[in-house]
Design a protein around this ligand. Structure first.
Ligand SMILES: [Zn+2]
Ligand SMILES: [Zn+2]
Length: 172
């Protein structure tokens, strides 16, 4: 949704609060789509901060379905966004404010704003549980549900070595 802020900018000291739904069904990152499991609503207070600056204060809570890195089972990952920032809309500043991609002309694109906030909070790693055993590299069975009986010995030595390296790396 676009919130037009041209009137707000031309009215000194004006403050307005908006409750905005999320219009997206997916969050997209590098070609992958993650469905929203809870969209919540963005509560956004926009204030005229003078000199064509606006102050944004907002809150949003929602969640995305993200596959486990090891077994691909969906994990519902919550996101909690607290927003408190000033956006400069003066012509001189707008050019190099590449960060504020959600500010377009005299409006705020709330979906782009949430998109931006999810991006900076997106987890590096997603696991359904700490000790997820993953899937068998031979038959694809979810090993959390038990052994499949495949002979993975040929794969194991190298995998074990790699896992050890990661383990040591983590412990440093
Ligand atoms: Zn898993
Ligand atoms: Zn197997």
């Amino acid at each position: 949704m676009f919130i037009n802020i041209s009137e707000l900018i031309s009215t000194p000291l004006k403050t307005e609060t908006f409750t905005v739904p999320v219009d997206m069904d997916f969050y997209e990152l590098q070609g992958d789509r993650f469905p929203f499991r809870e969209k919540g609503k963005l509560i956004l207070t926009i204030s005229n901060a003078g000199n064509r600056k606006v102050h944004l204060e907002g809150q949003w809570q929602g969640s995305l379905g993200i596959p486990c890195d090891r077994c691909l089972k969906e994990v519902v990952v919550p996101f909690h966004v607290e927003l408190d920032e000033t956006v400069d809309l003066s012509p001189e500043r707008q050019e190099d404010a590449a960060d504020d991609s959600y500010v377009e002309e005299n409006s705020i694109n709330t979906d782009a704003l949430i998109d931006h906030e999810i991006l900076i909070r997106f987890p590096m790693k997603t696991l359904c549980r700490e000790d997820c055993k993953g899937i068998c590299l031979k038959c694809g069975k979810d090993l959390n549900h038990g052994e499949c009986g495949c002979d993975r010995a040929s794969l194991d030595p190298r995998m074990a070595a790699i896992q050890d390296i990661f383990k040591n790396f983590k412990e440093v």
